[in-house]
Design a protein around this ligand. Structure first.
Ligand code: NAD
Ligand code: UDP
Length: 311
């Protein structure tokens, strides 16, 4: 049994991770400021004696005793990370410094939830970890993209300078139950719109691509990466290489909700919206013996059932 800190533990991915870590017999400390996370996500965990919840903003120092840290705290939906961009950068950068400081004092192993956004609007397709990216430093997505890039820099400098035991994963678009219905990301938007018979809002002409990973596959990989006892510290891409245009995603959602009366409408494409995104997961396959198992249709079905219950 380990004492494990999950920052952002009341969020979408964090809540699944907390549950899995408890199921494996660990003690879990969930730290969250509830900016985008909810108590509802962790309600089923509150009765567990090995689960503890702390309201705390990681841009402030935290003094606790733990063996492992999963640093997930950060809004991930463009709508939410652009709402208070200065706080987003602070969460990524000051938050990383605080959590790395905690890891340094406790000698805990620390994993950073980085993102495919470090590749920006990529010129190389699919994206391998060796690609350095094409990121606008002053655009509306920069608070998130550059914040996460700086966090990666901090992790590697703490590793080189202070011999910290780090792990860095780059997560590609992930979806599933516990996403907030008003999260603003494409999968939750399209499903909620289809269930409510509202227009399906496609930004641009819908030809931009994303690769969608079901949350259970990601959680499996996060735990494998944290517990790998080799010298492999990452960064490693974690995503499902199945690539779809946003229009294809809308069509799939409508096929899986046949009673929906929704129609697709086309809206302006937000600035700096990446044209294409698909992970090269050769490294994860080789080093973690991991690859995603749940395809888009199976994952969407589970997610649609979850959102039906929310309406
Ligand atoms: P989410 O918004 O559902 O969860 C983020 C959680 O962090 C929320 O519970 C929020 O309240 C909390 N939080 C935000 N700022 C905080 C702060 N300053 N202090 C404490 N808690 C704070 O998003 P998610 O999809 O679960 O993403 C989790 C992590 O994974 C994020 O770091 C995100 O950047 C990363 N990630 C997610 C995806 C994805 O597709 N879901 C892709 C790439 C990276
Ligand atoms: N998108 C869309 N309609 C929506 C929400 C998003 O067409 O209602 C598009 C968005 O412009 C982007 C893609 O879907 O091209 C994925 O957006 P999301 O916000 O989920 O994540 P991103 O990968 O852009 O961070």
């Amino acid at each position: 049994m380990k004492k494990i800190l999950v920052t952002g533990g009341a969020g979408f991915i964090g809540s699944h991770l907390c549950r899995r870590l408890l199921d494996e017999g660990n003690e879990v400390l969930c730290v969250d400021n509830f900016f985008t996370g909810t108590k509802e996500n962790i309600l089923p965990l509150l009765d567990n004696q090995r689960f503890e919840l702390m309201r705390h903003d990681i841009t402030f120092p935290l003094y606790v005793e733990v063996d492992q840290i999963y640093n997930l705290a950060c809004p991930a939906s463009p709508v939410h990370y652009q709402f208070d961009p200065v706080q987003t950068t602070k969460t990524s950068v000051h938050g990383a410094i605080n959590m790395l400081g905690l890891a340094k004092r406790t000698r805990a192993r620390i994993l950073q939830a980085s993102t495919s956004e470090v590749y920006g609007d990529p010129e190389i397709h699919p994206q391998p970890e060796s690609y350095w990216g094409k990121v606008n430093p002053i655009g509306i997505r920069s608070c998130y993209d550059e914040g996460k890039r700086c966090a990666e820099t901090l992790f590697f400098d703490y590793h080189r300078q202070h011999k910290l035991d780090i792990r860095v994963v780059r997560i590609f678009n992930t979806y599933g139950p516990n996403m907030h219905p008003a999260d603003g990301r494409v999968v939750s938007n399209f499903i909620m719109q289809a269930l409510r018979n509202e227009d399906i809002t496609i930004y641009g002409d819908g030809s931009q691509t994303r690769s969608f990973q079901y949350v259970d596959d990601l959680v499996e990989a996060l735990i494998k990466m944290m517990n790998n006892e080799t010298d492999f510290i990452g960064p490693v891409n974690l995503g499902n290489p199945g690539e779809f245009t946003i229009k294809e995603l809308a069509e799939k959602v409508l096929t899986l909700i046949p009673e929906s009366k929704s129609k697709m409408i086309f809206k302006d494409l937000p600035a700096d919206d990446p044209r294409q995104r698909k992970p090269d997961i050769a490294l994860a396959k080789e080093k973690l013996k991991w690859e995603p198992k749940i395809d888009l249709e199976a994952g969407l079905k589970k997610t649609i059932e979850y959102f039906r219950g929310k309406i």
